[in-house]
Design a binder for this molecule. Structure first.
Ligand SMILES: [Ca+2]
Ligand SMILES: [Ca+2]
Ligand SMILES: [Ca+2]
Ligand SMILES: [Ca+2]
Length: 299
């Protein structure tokens, strides 16, 4: 079985501080957002997912006096059977949360001159990312990209469709890609290859955090078992923390909505159950981008 490539896009510190109940743990520069878009090379392309970061709640509707719109209902009830399950709610809110990533994927897809039904080959990707931009890339990164690309190519036909391309770009959003994300992190940072990160590796000039008090504090905090090194599990908690927390937030929201709206307790929401308090759907499951400042409304 192949492990796969990864993308380490993490939230910025601002995003983290807004998301986290506890003190945010700084993430090394490498994993902080650079920018999104197609012209900044693999790092930017991959880390653009950062956008996903934190969000601001849509709070514009007048509370409680409107039925849910057909448009929102049809997206909630994805299979169109007239009832909304927990799974449908999970997909809905995750889709809302990553809407900007989908938009970025669209933009990148278009930049390859591809239409909806077409596929992107690694050669096309490579040409654009490694030959058409002025930023240098290590051969390790290229190998990681190639491996990740082929893992995302689920039917192994040599090309990625648009959904697969989004998985490639934003692997940290997909639990089945998390092993690959961490594998790439360890390849980048575990210089002596012993499977754990020492403090020296953690503060390595090339990939790590800048050495200093902040790095020491962060390392200590991440080293949950206090053995003086970061295991794979500890590294995962570090690198994927924002994504793991966002998934947990989604799950918490689904529970709140189901608890409050499922009055007949059949584990499904009918449209009339939703219409009893459509504002709750908006408050709990929907997000809206707010320029540079993202915040998830917690109440
Ligand atoms: Ca349904
Ligand atoms: Ca090591
Ligand atoms: Ca440890
Ligand atoms: Ca129900």
């Amino acid at each position: 079985m192949t492990l796969g490539p990864c993308i380490l896009c993490l939230l910025g510190l601002l995003g983290q501080s807004l998301l986290c109940q506890t003190d945010p743990v700084p993430i090394p520069l490498k994993y902080q957002p650079v920018t999104t878009g197609v012209t900044n090379g693999a790092m930017a392309v991959r880390q653009g997912s950062l956008l996903a970061a934190v969000w601001v709640l849509v709070a514009t509707a007048v509370a409680g006096d409107k039925a849910i719109s057909d448009e929102v209902w049809s997206r909630l009830d994805a299979d169109g059977d007239g009832l909304v399950t927990r799974d449908e709610m999970r997909s809905f809110t995750a889709g809302e949360r990553t809407a900007d990533l989908r938009r970025d994927t669209e933009t990148q897809w278009t930049s390859y001159g591809l239409s909806l039904g077409e596929k992107l080959t690694f050669e096309q990707y490579e040409r654009k990312v490694y030959h058409e931009n002025k930023y240098g890339h290590s051969s390790r990164r290229k190998e990681q990209d190639s491996r990740r690309f082929h893992v995302c190519d689920e039917n192994q036909d040599g090309g990625l469709d648009k959904d697969e391309f989004m998985t490639f770009l934003y692997s940290e959003e997909y639990p089945h890609m998390h092993d690959i994300v961490i594998l790439e992190t360890m390849e980048d940072m575990d210089k002596d290859g012993d499977g754990v990160l020492s403090y020296l590796e953690f503060t390595d000039e090339e990939e790590g955090m800048e050495e200093g008090r902040q790095a020491e504090k962060t390392f200590k905090k991440l080293d949950k078992d206090g053995d003086g090194q970061l295991s794979r599990v500890e590294v995962k908690q570090w690198v994927l923390q924002p994504n793991l927390e966002a998934s947990q937030d989604d799950e918490d929201s689904v529970i709140i909505v189901m608890d409050k709206l499922d009055t007949d307790k059949d584990e499904k929401l009918s449209r009339s159950e939703v219409d009893a308090d459509p504002q709750l759907i908006e408050d709990q499951l929907m997000y809206e981008e707010d320029d540079d400042d993202y915040a998830h409304d917690e109440f």
